[in-house]
Design a protein around this ligand. Structure first.
Ligand code: 5GP
Length: 219
């Protein structure tokens, strides 16, 4: 038996596209942020949006902020892998960063809505793992939106109204996590990522590894 301190064996695998969706305020962004902090194999897809920048947001880190005209130009040149209108603004995933990550076998995280999740599932079915985060109750969702205090009352009202429509798409996701406790929800999401990385069909390097195992002469 090898000891727990033996260095890990690396087996080549395909990059994973981890899609996380939820209504605004269900904790998706916090979970995504924690995942990125704890998991060096993961990077986030930074979207483009026509929404106004919030005070706490940094260009190029949270989003690339664009005018409607700029967004339309990106769309027209097929530079977006998927795009959607959410809460009255446009959002889209830049194609180049995703294609580069997949070509190098790196994992990417997508914080996108159900429309984007649907498009990625259609286009890259075998590489996508989708997770939907549900709030424990609508009352809790509402109070989280107010606590965030970064949006106006009008924006909060739109987001709450849209929550129901977003939640109705829960069946289209591979995994459902109820965020009744942030730490527990985070651990569930990490477990999903860990298990999905171990799937046989994502690990072409297993052929060589097992072949070597079976041809090894232990004596
Ligand atoms: P927020 O304005 O709160 O940052 O995001 C609003 C919604 O847009 C969230 O549900 C978020 O997941 C979604 N979203 C962010 N970026 C993208 C994107 O590139 N594509 C799609 N389809 N949705 C996005």
């Amino acid at each position: 038996m090898s000891s727990a301190t033996a260095s890990p064996i690396t087996i080549a695998r395909r990059g994973l596209m981890i899609v996380i969706s939820s209504p605004s305020g269900a904790g998706k962004s916090t979970i995504a942020r924690n995942l990125l902090a704890k998991d060096p194999e993961l990077s986030i897809s930074v979207s483009v949006t026509t929404r106004q920048r919030r005070h706490s947001e940094i260009e190029g880190q949270h989003y690339y902020f664009k005018t409607v005209r700029e967004f339309e130009a990106l769309r027209a040149t097929e530079s977006l892998l998927e795009w959607a209108e959410v809460h009255g603004n446009y959002y889209g995933t830049p194609r180049d960063a995703v294609e580069a990550a997949m070509a190098e076998g790196r994992d990417m995280l997508f914080d996108i809505d159900w429309q984007g999740a649907q498009q990625l599932q259609e286009k890259m079915a075998g590489d996508v793992v989708s997770i939907f985060i549900l709030p424990p109750s609508m009352a809790e969702l509402q109070s989280r939106l107010h606590r965030r205090a970064e949006d106006s009352e009008e924006v909060i009202a739109t987001r709450l109204a849209n929550s129901r429509a977003e939640i109705e798409h829960w069946r289209e996701y591979d995994y459902i996590v109820v965020n009744d406790d942030l730490d527990r929800a985070f651990k569930s999401v990490r477990a999903i990522v860990k298990a999905e990385r171990l799937r046989r069909d994502r690990r072409p390097g297993l052929f060589e590894f097992v072949n070597d195992l079976l041809t090894e002469d232990p004596f």
